[in-house]
Design a protein around this ligand. Structure first.
Ligand SMILES: C[S@@+](CC[C@H](N)C(=O)[O-])C[C@H]1O[C@@H](n2cnc3c(N)ncnc32)[C@H](O)[C@@H]1O
Ligand code: SF4
Ligand code: SF4
Length: 500
């Protein structure tokens, strides 16, 4: 009997019956009966992903790895957006010795949820098995950034650095590991994250006026509203959020200007919902000593925005910055909070030519990770790089960074469009200072798109509302105009056949 002769709900109910009796058999410890039930489901409904998923998971659970591979492969073809299925397939392939296939599956899982530390660990493990220690190390570093004090990741970091003949790095990880073990500081969330990341915009005040920033554009138009979010509103947001990989306690504005920042970090940390609680700062508003209270409150990571350290360029890029003072503060902060401070540099038409000078200056300050982002059109398109420039830059970056041994320099993946649909509206919401929930950290003006306001509904009600689901379905088919120009944006055909 074909699927169209039955209603979908009848099929789901029938698969559900097999699945239920299969699970009951598993609970009784009757593995053979469970597998028989799941096999019946697959035979009766060969195009139902759920049936293949249940059979594949059961085969994996009883370590019949070889048999589970084709079943899980079919399941991921039928349900391509389920990260846990890709992970299970990755595990099955790993156990059969197919490390290449296994890496591909973990990569796919990470495309769906880039902040899943299990998949980052798995991918690091498969890379190690293939002797790709440098790549393995890059995944472990991501886990350290996400979780800050994960002892498993620190141990792996030390081991991989030993393999890569970097005893200094290995030694510092072991020292960190000792401190973590002594302080018992691992604050893992109690459940698996539901969201990858979220930014909560606690303030729209700022002490600078950077040329590409939305705040600068709107201030010059006379439409920027300066506000602090109240501590009570922040608490309510944190209480209603689901477990999330990374929480950014900032949006468009300078977070260190908020008088309650330390208390907000403390409250967020105590909720035990986040792997990592982080801020990005221009480092100009506060003395280095100020940041101790943030780390004491549980801040996991501090990013300092540095687009140039050239006094002749600073007024074009980040006016209001005192270059010498910024250098001193970076030095003091990396010394005081080693391993928890990194740099974000936005690369634009204005500074692409001076990246080597910037790296030279940073290298002379000390050991640093420098993450580069492409300049985005937030109302001032003049600084945007062309696609060719972005590709050229990404291609050359390794070479440009080579002389600077103190630095680990990364280009954000969206320098080059990935070809897959942006997953932010599923994984990475943003909450504005006025409580509007938007689909991503690039849509920060609720006038362009607000999914709802947390003053009238909880976060989950807004994020899972039928209207939000519909917006996401439409998003898959046709990019909304609010995404135009976004570096995450992917050209794709709309149903009329024209290319968006
Ligand atoms: C809006 S700021 C808020 C935090 C803090 N005020 C700061 O500057 O670090 C967050 C990040 O956005 C970056 N940013 C600002 N304008 C940008 C643009 N047009 N394209 C890409 N990133 C931008 C900043 O450099 C900073 O790293
Ligand atoms: S310091 Fe941050 S918030 Fe302030 S203008 Fe610059 S980018 Fe925008
Ligand atoms: S394409 Fe850009 S603007 Fe659109 S949802 Fe993704 S990140 Fe946001």
């Amino acid at each position: 009997m074909s699927e169209n002769t039955r209603g979908t709900s009848t099929i789901e109910a029938a698969v559900g019956t097999f699945w239920k009796s299969g699970k009951e058999a598993l609970q009784r410890g009757d593995i053979d009966a469970a597998l028989r039930e799941f096999e019946r489901a697959v035979l009766a409904f060969p195009e139902m992903g759920l049936a293949h998923a249940a059979l594949g998971s059961a085969l994996l659970a009883v370590k019949r790895f070889r048999e589970s591979v084709p079943v899980l492969s079919k399941a991921v073809t039928l349900i391509p957006d389920d990260a846990s299925l890709h992970r299970q397939l990755g595990i099955a392939l790993y156990e059969t010795g197919d490390y290449e296939g296994s890496s591909a599956s973990f990569r796919r899982a990470l495309q769906i949820n880039p902040y899943d530390t299990n998949d980052l660990f798995n991918l690091a493990e498969t890379c190690s098995m293939r002797g790709q220690f440098a790549e393995a190390l890059s995944y472990i570093e991501q886990i350290i950034v996400l979780t800050s004090e994960n002892s498993g990741a620190l141990r792996a970091y030390a081991l991989l650095n030993q393999k890569l003949n970097k005893p200094d790095h290995a030694g510092s990880a072991l020292m960190r590991l000792e401190t973590v073990s002594k302080s018992g500081a691992v604050q893992a969330p109690q459940t698996q994250p539901v969201l990858g990341m979220i930014n909560v915009e606690i303030t729209t005040y700022c002490n600078l006026s950077c040329s590409g920033c939305l705040r600068t554009v709107k201030t010059s138009e006379g439409t920027w509203q300066k506000r602090h979010m109240s501590y009570e509103t922040f608490k309510w947001i944190i209480e209603t959020l689901p477990p999330t990989g990374w929480l950014g306690v900032y949006g468009i504005g300078e977070p260190t200007l908020h008088p309650d920042l330390a208390e907000m970090v403390r409250f967020a940390r105590s909720a035990r919902k986040f792997n990592s609680v982080a801020i990005t700062t221009n480092a100009m508003a506060r003395m280095p000593e100020y940041y101790s209270q943030l780390f004491d409150a549980g801040l996991s990571a501090l990013t300092i925005s540095v687009d140039t350290l050239d006094p002749a360029l600073i007024d074009q890029l980040r006016p209001g910055t005192d270059v010498e003072r910024l250098k001193e503060r970076i030095r003091a902060l990396i010394e005081a909070f080693s391993g928890k401070v990194d740099i974000c540099s936005v690369i634009s038409r204005m500074n692409i030519g001076s990246v080597p000078d910037l790296l030279k200056e940073l290298n002379s300050i000390g050991k640093l990770t420098v993450n580069m982002q492409p300049f985005d059109d937030l109302g001032n398109p003049k600084g945007c790089l062309s696609l060719e420039e972005r590709a050229w830059f990404t291609h050359r970056l390794h070479e440009i960074a080579k002389p600077y041994g103190n630095l680990k320099v990364n280009a954000a993946p969206h320098f080059i469009p990935s070809g897959s649909i942006c997953n932010k509206p599923w994984q990475s919401p943003y909450i504005t200072v006025d409580g509007h929930v938007t689909p991503c950290c690039r849509i920060v003006d609720p006038g362009l798109k607000s999914l709802g306001n947390i003053s009238s509904s909880s976060f989950s009600e807004i994020w899972n509302a039928p209207e939000t689901e519909k917006w996401r379905r439409d998003f898959i088919v046709r990019s909304p105009s609010v995404c135009d120009g976004c570096p995450m944006h992917v050209s794709r055909k709309d149903p009329s056949g024209s290319v968006k």
